[in-house]
Design a protein around this ligand. Structure first.
Ligand code: FES
Length: 268
């Protein structure tokens, strides 16, 4: 019973420490160990007490109780001692189990607030200018043939979900998905830099095969066909940006990415 009460107290202490701000990992671990250890010890001792230690043997005798045995049982029940001990033992077990249960659901608090729809959109939008990593606007002429430029939306340089890569290809080679004919002015293409497999940056471009490569697990994407995956574990194309070249020669977009960026959890 003492072990079960210790387990209950340790579980309650864990809940208090966790909900008061946490960041005391060692203390939380020690309290959990005490809670589980106390429960284990309590249950083992209880079981041993019920079963009894050592080898037990009994002669086969008629199972009917003698009048003497019945009188002894009546007297025992009348005293109530055994029953009272058992009640307290049971209460201790319930307290330990209940406190442990509360302790086990407490980490749900760490999940934080729901992200809502913010994972579905980025800082790209109609009319947003394309800027380089140093924040300077990018002109169509700045993108070298067979080269790759990392870009961001103006005002959101460094935004992990909005990073994109610009490449230039021969427009006559393009076979973009339906409805994207105007998204690649002069053969300029902009795709999300966030790999659709596990979110690594797709930072390599193989110009002779027109493929973007992700170095993490070697997925490759065909830029001529809307960045569909052609090898590796990625299952979804890289989202594309609708590029526009302004009258000043600077690049803009006419909307957000074709799909939410990153691993395709929303399609599962
Ligand atoms: S994260 Fe790109 S292939 Fe795995």
């Amino acid at each position: 019973m003492v072990a079960l009460l210790v387990a209950a107290a340790a579980a309650v202490a864990f809940v208090v420490v966790f909900w008061s701000g946490g960041r005391r990992t060692q203390l939380e671990g020690a309290l959990l160990a005490l809670a589980f250890g106390g429960s284990g010890v309590g249950l083992v001792v209880w079981a041993n007490h019920l079963i009894g230690g050592g080898e037990q043997s009994e002669d086969r005798t008629p199972l009917r109780a003698t009048p003497e045995e019945i009188r002894e049982l009546d007297a025992e029940l009348g005293r109530g001692e055994v029953i009272a001990r058992r009640v307290w033992l049971r209460r201790s077990a319930v307290a330990a189990g209940g406190a442990l249960g509360i302790a086990l659901v407490s980490p749900l608090r760490s999940l934080g607030p729901s992200p809502g729809k913010q994972l579905l959109h980025t800082a790209w939008g109609d009319g947003v200018r394309v800027v380089a990593e140093d924040g300077t606007p990018v002109a169509a002429a700045d993108v070298p043939a067979d080269g790759l430029v990392t870009v961001f939306p103006e005002g959101a340089v460094g935004a992990a979900d909005a990073q994109a890569v610009l490449v230039r290809v021969d427009p006559s080679l393009l076979h973009l998905p339906r409805g994207r004919d105007s998204w690649a002015p002069g053969g300029l293409l902009a795709y999300s830099k966030v790999c659709t497999h596990a979110g690594c940056p797709v930072g390599l471009y193989q110009a002779d095969s027109h493929e973007l490569l992700c170095p993490c697990h070697q997925s490759s994407f065909d830029v001529l066909r809307g960045a569909v995956p052609v090898s590796g574990p990625a299952a979804w194309p890289l989202p594309q940006l609708p590029l526009v070249v302004g009258a000043d020669g600077l690049l803009r977009v006419s909307g957000d990415f074709s799909e939410p960026v990153g691993p395709g959890w929303w399609k599962a």
